[in-house]
Design a protein around this ligand. Structure first.
Ligand code: ZN
Length: 381
């Protein structure tokens, strides 16, 4: 069966699946394409924190365990024409060898490439190992969909011992590591009153010592060898501190003060001591603390066979690292042979007039097809 990667990308982009909206219609479209190719499809539905229905898919073509898994997400970051888009963000525009539209690069184009590569094979061709395709929701929101797949999917269990390609845009270069993700939200509650009365409680007062502690942690993660990793550029991550008291007038005591922290831990680094330090200080100050831990970084040894095979397949010599996170935050807890490898340039992701080169998508299809041939047909490592 033949699918055209440009046509399929256009079809997928036409569904507005911004992360706050449902991704069910576009995912059902993908499921129907997978079933046409011959995949058995496992559907994993859930409601997100806002009660919006979401759907993830794990498809399997062929028999056995392990093999090759191609992973994508089908949610996108928001886009509005008023932001300066030339056309409607959800109607793909073609110009000079490029496709323009929300998600063409991140990452409905790469997803379409995986489907088109799979469509070149029938289940009976894959005599050595199975092919899996995973599609997640909410990648842009702490990889929630990938966690659902990692925890609940029966087919992902079967796939986990094999190779995984996270098909996010890397310009078809091999990426073996990315940083993790950590967030804190700390809230101080006061009482509003006119400042002339001395009857209010200024929420910022309890927050100030906590902020001083956060500043010390920032100094630590930026200077200590323990939190440094030379494989990344830059080799440190900041303890990025946000402060907000939403105060409407200077003569009213601030009633709520919020501190947020964002940190991208290096792979393999235990950040629990930092979390505990923040927790202890919050407790001492009587502040509420919430911790968001979407996941650890991704790290597959550059010597691992998946990395070496991917270098061979792409005809490149060296694998690299990236600063952004992927669904690998979740998948890497069960699947150990993982790289990020996909068509398009991450620099175009999340931009106005997001674009991808058609040539990249076509090369992506060919690359994934070669990978399927290598792992699932020929049974090579
Ligand atoms: Zn993405």
């Amino acid at each position: 069966m033949k699918f055209d990667v440009v046509k399929l990308t256009k079809d997928l982009v036409s569904y507005n699946s911004e992360s706050l909206r449902t991704n069910v219609p576009v995912t059902e479209h993908v499921a129907s394409v997978m079933k046409k190719i011959g995949f058995q499809v496992e559907q994993l539905a859930y409601d997100d924190v806002n009660g919006v229905p979401k759907l993830c898919l794990v498809g399997k073509l062929g028999k056995g365990r392990g093999g090759l898994t191609l992973m994508s997400h089908d949610d996108v970051v928001p886009a509005k024409k008023e932001e300066g888009w030339v056309g409607d963000p959800y109607t793909v525009r073609t110009s000079k060898g490029k496709l323009y539209g929300r998600g063409v690069c991140d990452m409905k184009g790469p997803l379409a490439a995986t489907l088109c590569a799979a469509a070149r094979y029938k289940a009976k061709d894959l005599s050595s190992a199975p092919l899996f395709i995973i599609v997640t929701a909410d990648e842009e929101i702490q990889a929630r969909g990938a966690w659902e797949v990692t925890k609940r999917s029966r087919l992902f269990e079967e796939a986990a011992g094999g190779y995984g390609l996270i098909c996010e845009p890397t310009l078809l270069k091999v990426v073996y590591a990315h940083k993790g993700s950590l967030g804190l939200r700390v809230t101080s509650k006061g009482r509003a009153a006119h400042t002339s009365t001395l009857k209010g409680t200024n929420a910022n007062l309890a927050m100030i010592p906590f902020l001083a502690e956060m500043s010390k942690i920032n100094d630590l993660v930026l200077s200590s060898k323990r939190y440094r990793n030379e494989e990344f550029n830059p080799p440190h991550s900041e303890w990025s501190i946000g402060i907000n008291d939403n105060n409407v007038a200077t003569n009213i005591s601030p009633v709520t003060s919020v501190c947020t922290v964002n940190h991208r831990p290096m792979p393999g680094i235990d950040v629990n001591p930092l979390i505990e330090r923040a927790r202890a200080k919050a407790k001492a100050q009587g502040l509420k603390i919430e911790i968001f831990k979407p996941g650890n970084g991704l790290y597959t040894s550059p010597d691992a066979s998946i990395v070496q095979t991917a270098l061979k397949m792409t005809g490149t010599r060296k694998a690299g690292t990236v600063a952004y996170g992927t669904d690998g935050l979740a998948f890497s807890t069960k699947m150990k042979s993982l790289v990020v490898l996909g068509p398009g340039n991450i620099a175009q992701a999340h931009t106005v007039d997001e674009w991808v080169e058609i040539d990249q998508l076509k090369k992506g299809v060919d690359l994934y097809a070669r990978f399927i041939d290598h792992v699932c047909v020929k049974g090579q490592a």
